[in-house]
Ligand binder design. Structure first.
Ligand code: SF4
Length: 213
């Protein structure tokens, strides 16, 4: 019963958010599960396309990067780089792909995406470069408004994300954001994506499950 009520609410919330995303010229979809979201993402990418991605936990955990490797795509996989220089080179190559896949750090109910990055490669790709961007957004990342989305990205997602990297930032020690200016800061840039321009370049798949953090 509890699950049914949650599923119903998630579907209703997604319907509202999709309507708001479409008003902002995003293409938008709702998938109740990550398995369905994976199939939807693959459906959106025509065979033969070049595909790259950002450093998202969501797209790896849901099996999307693996599934892309198994299909007929030209894959730019930064995870296969053997040096920081090669990683940077592959990140640059991702900017000219047909499709770039990422999650989002937060999204407001009225359809605004908020993302934070250390060196900005993911944000650059969301803004301009790849012909299409597919954003996977777990229901846990939808917030009431833009202020709450920025707060989520900065004070919830970023300190957790910091734990993934070998960096020296105060949040790694205390678990909370100290608004640092460390050379290792993973919050160098904050991107607010209000609309998709050109229309439908950015395609958002809302998943009715928690994905990433
Ligand atoms: S302490 Fe620095 S790196 Fe950590 S979340 Fe805050 S601004 Fe980002």
């Amino acid at each position: 019963m509890a699950n049914e009520v949650i599923e119903k609410r998630n579907a209703l919330l997604a319907k509202t958010v999709i309507s708001n995303l479409e008003k902002r010229h995003f293409e938008a979809y709702y998938c109740p599960t990550t398995a369905e979201a994976l199939q939807k993402a693959l459906q959106l990418i025509p065979e033969g396309s070049s595909v790259g991605w950002g450093g998202s936990v969501t797209i790896r955990e849901m099996g999307l990067t693996k599934a892309i490797h198994e299909r007929n795509y030209t894959v730019i996989d930064r995870d296969l780089a053997k040096s920081p220089e090669e990683t940077a080179e592959l990140q640059r190559k991702c900017l000219t792909t047909d499709y770039f896949i990422t999650s989002t750090n937060a999204m407001s109910e009225d359809g605004i995406l908020v993302n934070i990055d250390g060196n900005g490669n993911r944000l650059a790709a969301i803004c301009f470069g790849p012909k299409n961007v597919i954003v996977i957004c777990g229901i846990n990342k939808i917030t009431q408004n833009l202020d709450a989305a920025i707060s989520r990205a900065r004070f919830t997602a970023a300190p957790i994300n910091a734990g993934r990297f070998d960096i020296k930032t105060p949040c790694k020690v205390s678990g909370k954001c100290h608004n640092c200016t460390s050379p290792d800061c993973i919050c160098s840039e904050v991107l607010i994506t209000r609309t998709s321009r050109p229309a439908n370049r950015v395609k958002v798949i809302i998943v009715g499950e928690d994905c990433g953090f």
